[in-house]
Design a protein around this ligand. Structure first.
Ligand SMILES: [Zn+2]
Length: 414
């Protein structure tokens, strides 16, 4: 234990206390409004549905609190508890080359972390989602997903970890810059390949065959000057009753994707309004802005790591007695989120601003009224709370809370 250990423990304690306090506020706010549908939604949402949304939100928030405590204890176990040091010693006794040892340590740490999270994800899918009627995942699908994720991690993660450790060992003091270039290239490749290579491993994508709707959407796309590689329906109902729409990919390799569940819930004009919102993100260059910010953050992070890796207090303060490149990487990945949590409100604010801009775009290109109707149906279908705590929402929510968003869109009608 050194001074940095205490800085880390204090930051972890503060972040846990803050998150528990916010969760407590959210729980009180949702529970206090459980018996009354807010006036703005009184015509569209029945008391039953409103109560269900409250119960669903409360159950998730309570599980979130448990998971937070569990994760924080695990983090202490990995670091100050000597977990990483122990795993490292285990692999060092195999006497492999430093890079191969490093890849083995990183890979096994990720596998252990995934296994330790498994009980929560099982409980979430098969108990909570099941209880509220959202779960469509069968145990076979769940196991199949795990197997595919593990395979992807091996196929992509092993070469990436190997290349990263090789750069750290062989490319001199500017290794962090080269590693950043590798990481940036890899991220862009993944964004580009996601719709056509990765997503189809988990879901079926079929071209939208409703001719009337397809033509309507194409007209909107032409009007907005959006070129894509097609409009697809995804079989989201294989896993969950939640509905969504998005577009993915980069450059020409863009796809518009509707969950089949969404198409069942919404009318054609509402679907058009939802798509117009998504196009708003594209038109206002939100995707590009997000990528640039991500790249700058990772550059800053790697430059910081380039400095930390030379400081013995960094390792010693986090329970590691034998410094190495791979342990520096792992420690950095595990510990940074404790400190960056305090940036969360800024990121959420930025994201909510983008949502308002996309809503404004939808209001001009399509219809604010249709978008409101679509949103209200989706809030209801997804059992989203209409009465979040304002502070909780300001801290975490990437989208404006339901009442604020609907009120904003209402000003854009007509
Ligand atoms: Zn959006």
């Amino acid at each position: 234990m050194n001074t940095f250990s205490w800085v880390f423990v204090a930051a972890l304690g503060a972040s846990v206390a803050l998150r528990l306090w916010l969760a407590g506020r959210q729980i009180s706010s949702v529970a206090a409004h459980r018996e009354r549908v807010p006036d703005a939604f009184a015509n569209a949402i029945q008391l039953d549905a409103h109560r269900k949304a409250a119960d669903y939100t409360l159950v998730k928030a309570r599980q979130g609190r448990l998971e937070l405590l569990y994760d924080s204890l695990l983090l202490l176990g990995w670091t100050l508890g000597g977990g990483l040091q122990w795993l490292d010693s285990l692999w060092l006794s195999a006497h492999w080359s430093p890079i191969n040892t490093g890849v083995a340590v990183i890979l096994s740490a990720f596998i252990i972390m995934a296994l330790l999270e498994l009980p929560f994800s099982l409980y979430h899918t098969f108990v909570i989602e099941e209880r509220f009627g959202f779960n469509k995942t069968t145990p076979a699908t769940f196991i199949g997903d795990l197997a595919k994720q593990a395979l992807l991690m091996l196929l992509l993660g092993v070469p990436l970890a190997w290349a990263a450790l090789w750069l750290m060992q062989s490319s001199g003091s500017l290794w962090w810059l080269y590693l950043w270039l590798l990481w940036a290239g890899f991220s862009l490749l993944m964004l580009w390949a996601y719709p056509t290579v990765i997503a189809p491993l988990f879901n079926k994508f079929t071209p939208l065959d409703n001719e009337q709707l397809r033509r309507r959407i194409q007209t909107l796309l032409d009007r907005c000057g959006f070129k894509s590689k097609g409009i697809y329906i995804m079989d989201g109902s294989r896993r969950s009753g939640h509905g969504n729409a998005y577009f993915t990919g980069l450059g020409r390799n863009k796809r518009i994707v509707f969950f089949d569940t969404l198409l069942e819930t919404l009318e054609a004009n509402e679907i058009e309004a939802v798509l117009a919102h998504e196009l708003g993100h594209f038109k206002r260059k939100h995707v590009q802005k997000r990528i640039v910010i991500m790249m700058l953050m990772s550059l800053g992070g790697l430059a910081l790591l380039g400095w930390l890796i030379q400081q013995t207090w960094f390792y010693q303060g986090l329970g590691v007695t034998q410094p190495s490149h791979h342990l520096a990487l792992l420690l950095f990945l595990m510990v940074t989120p404790v400190f960056t949590l305090f940036l969360q409100p800024l990121a959420s604010w930025f994201s909510r601003r983008h949502e308002f801009e996309a809503d404004d775009y939808a209001a001009t290109q399509s219809s604010a009224g249709d978008l409101i109707r679509a949103l209200v149906k989706l809030y209801k279908e997804n059992a989203s709370t209409l009465t979040p705590d304002p502070l909780y929402s300001a801290f975490y929510d990437s989208h404006p809370p339901a009442p604020v968003r609907v009120a904003h869109l209402s000003t854009r009608i007509g």
